[in-house]
Design a protein around this ligand. Structure first.
Ligand code: GDP
Ligand code: IMO
Ligand code: MG
Length: 426
């Protein structure tokens, strides 16, 4: 076991941060490969709590090297704010945090477009985090993006490029959104100030990673969001704008597929989703409240209440397939402690058919109703358990059924938010 890609196998917030923190112990480099500060990864140990948005969760273990890959979109304001928060809490990033010089930069106009679009009603509302993520990836694909390398290079070239892009943005702002144009100086000045601060972090991270792999170092690829939010494999258009699935780890870092040894899929023992979009197993109102309260299901980035539902093996199998998941980490099993009955969705009913495979058409997905099987709850507190053999038989049965439906072994079980509340299976 050496190079591991860790991905969310549902709609994000599965508990990736907690597992990254645990796997970091045996890794040398931890690298984010997509998304940006739309992510919120929580790590808790002793009485400390950290929420990482942009910086890899591995930063909390001293000495570990952390990289932000070329596939990430970087908001410098958020980046430096996060470093300050970490340093205030006694976590030093000096000499062990690097940012790809190919990563695209988020500018104020990206955030503005994200908000204007969500509020305009002209397009369908996605319920984005309004961090400018989508508009920044759009510019990357439209070849209108500005990268870290542009910013840390000669200031006059950066300024020229930004003025050119702003001209286009201002036309769209005034003609489509009837919004006042942005002043170039208001954008250029703060970014030139970030430039000086960003220079020590900018690097060719692909080169760093490939050299490290050559020297036998272990790499942990930290996925953000989740497979069902992936721009290709998710519930399009209700997705984020990057490849959150395992493939993104390669293009988002500049490491080849032959270097990956394992893909760990993180799943909650139930399902949650933030934002708009279809969610076949969503709970009725009474259960939402119960699980949301017990599971503290509020967004780590925006604080929005998360939608909650039963475990869905259809999306689970889809995630196993598109990511090539080799093992599972099942999170938040303790949240189901008080339920008399627990359901698992094994298929979708659409018109007169039973679908076993995840449908690509979002209108079909919206109209699918889940086919459930029912399991008896264990009705006991499992949050202090340390060994699998001590788990109540009903909990073991539930886990074995998930394994069977997903045709993938469970290697990690999480029974609480703290680092110590984790059971490793061999
Ligand atoms: P991520 O985005 O995938 O890293 O997940 P988030 O940090 O957004 O959300 C997961 C939440 O569940 C956080 O508040 C964690 O502290 C919490 N958590 C993680 N594992 C467990 C667990 O096994 N039990 C409980 N009760 N909470 C957990
Ligand atoms: P982590 O890494 C859960 C969701 C948003 C919205 C959609 C698009 O903590 O699991 P965006 O701002 O990315 O354009 O929003 O994606 N979303 C997440 N949901 N966890 C996340 O990250 C998310 N990042 C984005 O709520 O539905
Ligand atoms: Mg999160």
């Amino acid at each position: 076991m050496s190079n591991i890609v860790l991905i969310g196998a549902q709609w994000g917030d599965e508990g990736k941060g907690k597992i990254i923190d645990i796997l970091t112990e045996k890794s040398d480099y931890i690298v984010r490969y997509q998304g940006g500060n739309n992510a919120g990864h929580t790590v808790k140990y002793a009485d400390k709590k950290f929420v990482l948005h942009l910086i890899p969760s591995g930063i909390l273990r001293s000495g570990k090297k952390c990289l932000i890959g070329n596939g990430v979109v970087l908001d410098p304001e958020a980046f430096f704010e996060e470093i300050e928060t970490l340093e205030k809490k006694g976590v030093s990033v000096k000499g062990r945090l690097f940012v790809s010089d190919q990563a695209h930069l988020i500018f104020p106009y990206h955030r503005l477009f994200d908000t204007l679009r969500e509020e305009s009603g002209a397009s369908q509302k996605i319920g984005t985090t309004q961090r400018g993520i989508g508009p920044c990836y759009e510019d990357k694909m439209a070849r209108l993006g500005i990268r870290v390398a542009d910013l840390v290079g000669e200031p006059q070239f950066f300024e020229k490029r930004l003025r050119h892009v702003l001209e286009i943005k201002n036309k769209i702002l005034s003609k489509i959104y009837h919004h006042k144009p942005l002043r170039p100086a208001a954008c250029i000045k703060p970014y030139l100030a970030y430039r000086t601060r960003l220079i020590p972090y900018a690097a060719n991270t692909s080169l760093i990673l490939n050299k490290a792999i050559g020297n036998g170092k272990k790499i942990l690829f930290e996925g953000a969001q989740g497979t069902l939010l992936d721009v290709d494999h998710g519930t399009y258009p209700y997705v984020t704008s990057s490849n959150a699935s395992a493939g993104g780890a390669l293009t988002g870092t500049g490491v080849g597929p032959t270097q990956i040894d394992e893909v760990v899929g993180v799943i909650k023992a139930y399902t949650t989703r933030v934002g708009e979009g279809p969610f076949p197993t969503e709970f009725p109102e009474d259960l939402v409240k119960k699980i949301r309260d017990k599971g503290e299901e509020y967004g780590a980035t925006t604080g929005r209440p998360r939608r909650c539902g039963w475990f869905d093996a259809v999306i689970g199998r889809h995630a196993v397939s598109v990511n090539g998941i080799s093992s599972l980490a099942v999170m938040k099993l303790d949240v189901l402690d008080e339920l008399r009955e627990i359901k698992i969705c094994t298929g979708y009913r659409y018109k007169s058919k039973i679908l076993k495979d995840f449908p690509s058409n979002v209108e079909i997905l919206k109209r699918c109703s889940p086919v459930y099987e029912s399991h008896r709850g264990w009705l006991g507190n499992i949050s202090g358990l340390k060994r699998y053999q001590d788990f109540p038989p009903a909990a073991k049965k539930y886990l074995r059924r998930i394994e069977q439906l997903m045709e993938t072994p469970i290697k990690i079980i999480s029974v609480g938010s703290n680092r110590a509340q984790t059971v490793m299976l061999s």
